[in-house]
Design a protein around this ligand. Structure first.
Ligand code: SF4
Ligand code: SF4
Length: 169
């Protein structure tokens, strides 16, 4: 995560995970070690941390209450599982993992799906947010409301319908 944030792939969000302005929280990070001479990237400010301060949608959606509702990130860790020494919205991994054990299978991931940035690239809201959040934080609350209104991140009522869904183009 720190490498990805330092490389400017996204920002450290309320999830205490990197959220990319392009793919939201739906990213799987990996590393490649090389001695190839390359220019270093830099951390970016694309408005995600500012958006997180007002949004809190993931914390509301988390069934175990593992995510922080604090307005600002801080140095205050929640337990020995957190890596201290930097500012973040630290999560209660114990509560999260307990819930994973309850539901079984591949765990939870509700927080990742609920994030307004976790949208198929090309959606109008995504494009608008992407071009606006870094410039006008005052609009963030409006985008959060719009995200709710459009039903993003809601779990389908009939879970069985998942098995008959057609694959998106
Ligand atoms: S994976 Fe589930 S339980 Fe864990 S923080 Fe996210 S929403 Fe909460
Ligand atoms: S749901 Fe909202 S508060 Fe949580 S990571 Fe996404 S933008 Fe930030």
């Amino acid at each position: 995560m720190p490498f990805a944030v330092e490389a400017g792939l996204g920002e450290l969000s309320r999830l205490n995970k990197m959220v990319s302005s392009e793919f939201g929280a739906a990213v799987r990070l990996c590393k490649v070690f090389t001695d190839l001479p390359m220019a270093c990237d830099k951390p970016i400010d694309c408005g995600i941390v500012e958006f997180c301060k007002r949004c809190k949608k993931c914390a509301e959606a988390c069934p175990s209450g593992a995510l922080s509702f604090d307005d600002e990130p801080s140095f205050k860790t929640r337990g020995p599982w957190n890596n201290p020494g930097h500012k973040a919205w630290f999560e209660d991994s114990y509560e999260c993992y307990e819930f994973w054990q309850q539901v079984g299978g591949g765990g939870c991931g509700v927080c990742l799906a609920s994030c307004p940035f976790t949208k198929a690239a090309g959606g109008w809201l995504h494009a608008t947010v992407e071009s606006t959040v870094s410039m006008t934080p005052v609009a963030d609350h409006f985008f959060r409301i719009m995200d709710d209104a459009l039903g993003y991140g809601k779990q389908p009522g009939d879970i069985e319908q998942w098995w008959t869904k057609t694959r998106p183009a």
